[in-house]
Design a protein. Structure first.
Length: 471
């Protein structure tokens, strides 16, 4: 049991410890899917597990929302690395990627392991490029080295450095591998969201996204197996979701037609990603047809909690709160999907962007009544909604509700330094509202990227002064 508890603090597991861990987990009939500290692959327990390599997806480099989504995916969405075809039916334990399988597909060699480690541990773009240029000078490079550099750029959202890495690879005449291509597409999407929490899209990067993605598509050979193909399509379709232009939808449709002629089948995650593409571009009828087919037992993957959040978020981005509620009702009631905090946050976001803070209060109350703990996104939206409502009314009851929301959200935000910084603007706005309400304009209480681009931000300032009851 002590070994089992150590799984969260002892990665990377090596040699005898890895083997003992696998045996203990199998004997105890344990299932550990996502460790809090890392996003890992699932390894099928079978007697003796292989020695593990360093984990490249460290908690500090993986976004909070991404960790939450992966934790909520059904067990069936995971596949053991190094194995193709069928689903694992045995117990699963989290393990780093299979070295043998990775080496086959990404040009990995043992002599470049130190270079990959240095790149993954780089704290700044300058440090990363210093390590990469040193590796090039010493001729200690292969496709996996550039893949590690690209992955770190994506984690840090270093857009300019990512393109510098790609150019350096071309100059060094290192051919891209299929896995590296997937990593580059994923890094592109992450880098478009330029700030630290990944919320705000940088328009200049967004405009370049589709061109770079299409260029990368042809930079490597065909996917050698179903897992690599699904990863490639998922990365490309996620790129189309973020690009948000007609040409991106056209490319997504072309890829859908192309994959129907391939010998590998789509898995649940990739199929659902294409459904999110359809909802992103407001092709509601096709999304509804998919949900209907799934409800009637057709050969399509059933909706799960991750798809629920993604579809509701796509409707939220279009400010279509009615569509968000329709999708919520169809999937939660019609498919018996149990939402979690991240899905309630997407639903609340739909009402925030549509300028409906009253509904956010009811959504948060519904989540709390079901025993769902607020996550940082839902807590942020809830506090901001209560702040705007108090600014509108200056009613004592609204102030009490705002204080209660801040008290409830405080421990959630303070779980990390980065999230804790989001609490300070709300506290400062409340303090000024108490002391000098007339000096606070609506724009002063629209905190956060989502609030600043919501319908509330478009209200005329003269019509929404403090205490006027404009809501």
């Amino acid at each position: 049991s002590r070994l089992v508890r150590r799984v969260h603090s002892s990665f990377p597991l090596r040699g005898a410890l890895a083997s003992r861990m696998a045996r203990v987990a199998r004997l105890a009939n344990l299932e550990m899917r996502i460790a809090p500290r890392s996003v890992l692959h699932v390894w099928r327990v079978s007697g003796v597990a292989p020695a593990a390599r360093f984990i490249t997806a460290r908690a500090s480099q993986v976004g909070r929302a991404e960790r939450e989504r992966k934790m909520q995916r059904p067990k069936e969405d995971f596949r053991a690395p190094g194995r193709s075809g069928g689903r694992n039916t045995s117990d699963n334990v989290l393990f780093p990627t299979s070295v043998a399988r990775a080496s086959e597909n990404d040009g990995r060699t043992g002599k470049t392991s130190e270079q990959r480690r240095q790149l993954q541990m780089s704290k700044t773009p300058t440090e990363l490029m210093c390590h990469l240029r040193s590796a090039v000078t010493q001729d200690l490079i292969d496709a996996s080295v550039f893949a590690a550099a690209m992955q770190r750029c994506g984690q840090g959202r270093w857009w300019d450095v990512l393109e510098e890495v790609r150019t350096l690879q071309i100059v060094a005449h290192i051919a891209a591998s299929p896995i590296q291509r997937n990593i580059y597409l994923t890094a592109l999407v992450r880098c478009v969201k330029g700030n630290e929490d990944g919320a705000q899209v940088v328009p200049s990067r967004q405009r370049e996204l589709l061109r770079l993605g299409r260029e990368a598509w042809g930079s490597a050979g065909p996917a050698p197996d179903a897992d690599t193909l699904n990863s490639l399509l998922g990365a490309a379709w996620n790129l189309c979701i973020v690009a948000r232009e007609d040409a991106a939808l056209q490319w997504a449709e072309e890829l859908w037609s192309w994959v129907q002629r391939q010998r590998f089948e789509l898995n649940t995650v990739t199929h659902h990603t294409f459904v999110v593409v359809l909802e992103t571009y407001n092709l509601q009828e096709r999304v509804d047809n998919f949900l209907s087919e799934a409800a009637h037992g057709a050969a399509v993957p059933a909706p799960n909690v991750v798809l629920l959040g993604a579809l509701v978020n796509a409707a939220a981005e279009r400010r279509q709160w009615q569509r968000a509620e329709e999708l919520w009702s169809r999937i939660v009631s019609g498919h018996a999907v149990e939402p979690h905090a991240i899905q309630y946050a997407a639903r609340a976001k739909a009402h925030l962007l549509s300028g409906r803070p009253h509904d956010i209060v009811h959504i948060a109350a519904e989540a709390l009544a079901k025993g769902i703990q607020l996550n940082t996104s839902l807590a942020e939206i809830y506090v901001h909604a209560c702040l705007v409502l108090y600014h509108s009314s200056l009613a004592p009851a609204d102030l009490v509700r705002l204080d209660a929301a801040i008290e409830m959200a405080g421990p959630v935000w303070k779980q990390s330094h980065q999230e804790g910084k989001k609490l300070m603007p709300a506290l400062q706005a409340v303090d000024v509202l108490r002391r000098d309400p007339s000096s606070v304009a609506l724009r002063d209480v629209l905190l956060g990227w989502n609030a600043r681009r919501s319908a509330l931000a478009e209200l005329p300032p003269a019509a929404c002064r403090t205490g006027m009851g404009y809501l």
